[in-house]
Design a protein around this ligand. Structure first.
Ligand SMILES: Cc1cc2nc3c(=O)[nH]c(=O)nc-3n(C[C@H](O)[C@H](O)[C@H](O)COP(=O)(O)OP(=O)(O)OC[C@H]3O[C@@H](n4cnc5c(N)ncnc54)[C@H](O)[C@@H]3O)c2cc1C
Ligand code: FES
Length: 280
């Protein structure tokens, strides 16, 4: 039996959706930072998605995904009332959440949803949470209302200036770190160039930064080696040692190279899928 989809909401039509899944065993153990591996068909690959929220009482978890290629398109083809073939988790190490003071949680693109769960954890423990979220334009911003419901402050930037401050989210971060010397930690979840840029800003101010890495994952349980990343000169597997690491120690250049390694195969697979869909 698969995992039932209780609710599906389109956040950015055709691009990003949120699903609430009936997964009591996962919800009972899910903590901020955890992810699940999903498989949409028996012959297909497994893909990792962060648990964006969990409600152990209702036995529900929330996932938010960007439609990028074949597997996320197969997921997007499912609707409320359908079942996802396999949902395995929670996987990875949960976020280290300690009461430290002021924590800035930075989210970019779909990463805002994952960051939201981490920020909620910091808020629950009593940290002063400053959310910084950025997107290319207003219509691509996610989870603003959810973050407003618990964050002590929420600052927004858009690249085109259609909402919040014009520019990149790293500008908001730099301005804040210049003014506020009480920030104890920064957490960043989003595209790799954004997490790399956040880390560079934190370096200027000597501020600790945690980033959530998203290398290719195949099994998600430490057996295949696909998610290899270099942290502090040592090989780590993001699925079992992460996905969160000290940003100052991550080899971002290697991560970028490895993420691009299968672009051609991924495009072929997605094109074949779209061809199949258009031919009914
Ligand atoms: C720990 C973790 C958590 C993630 N959480 C989210 C999330 O909450 N929401 C979200 O939208 N995306 C998330 N991702 C990325 C997501 O897994 C990929 O977007 C997805 O696998 C794309 O698959 P596809 O077949 O649709 O696209 P493809 O065309 O196969 O790939 C498009 C791009 O997605 C990435 N990707 C492809 N396959 C994998 C894979 N097996 N593992 C990891 N990355 C892959 C690569 O960068 C690739 O270039 C997460 C990744 C990791 C590692
Ligand atoms: S995904 Fe296989 S070792 Fe991490």
């Amino acid at each position: 039996m698969g995992t039932p989809i209780l609710e599906k909401i389109s956040l950015i039509p055709g691009k990003t959706s949120k699903m609430v899944l009936d997964a009591p065993e996962i919800a009972a153990k899910a903590k901020p930072g955890h992810f699940v591996m999903l498989r949409m068909d028996a012959a297909g690959e497994r893909i990792p998605l962060t648990i964006a929220d969990a409600d152990p009482e209702k036995g529900q978890i929330t996932i938010v995904y960007l439609v990028l290629g074949k597997s996320t398109a197969l997921l997007e083809a499912l609707n409320q009332g359908d079942e996802i073939l396999d949902v395995c988790g929670p996987l990875g190490r949960p976020t280290k959440i300690e009461k430290t003071g002021t924590v800035i949680c930075v989210g970019g693109g779909t990463g805002i949803a994952a960051m939201h769960h981490i920020a909620k954890g910091h808020s629950r423990i009593g940290n002063h949470v400053v959310g910084l979220i950025g997107a290319r334009s207003k219509d691509l911003l996610l989870f603003e209302d959810e973050l407003r419901s618990f964050a002590n402050e929420l600052l927004i930037s858009t690249d085109d200036g259609s909402y919040g401050e014009k520019g990149l989210v790293t500008k908001l971060l730099k301005d804040r770190l210049e003014k506020d010397k009480n920030v104890t930690e920064v957490v960043a979840v989003g595209p790799v160039p954004m997490m790399e840029a956040v880390t560079a800003v934190c370096k200027e101010f000597n501020t600790p930064v945690t980033v959530s890495l998203n290398p290719i994952m195949v099994d998600g349980i430490g057996m295949c080696g696909a998610c290899r990343v270099s942290v502090d000169g040592k090989t780590k597997f993001a699925c079992v040692d992460g996905p969160e690491f000290d940003g100052h120690k991550v080899d971002f250049a290697e991560l970028r190279r490895r993420l691009g390694a299968f672009k051609k195969q991924e495009k072929t697979s997605y094109d074949k899928y779209l061809e199949g869909v258009s031919h009914g």
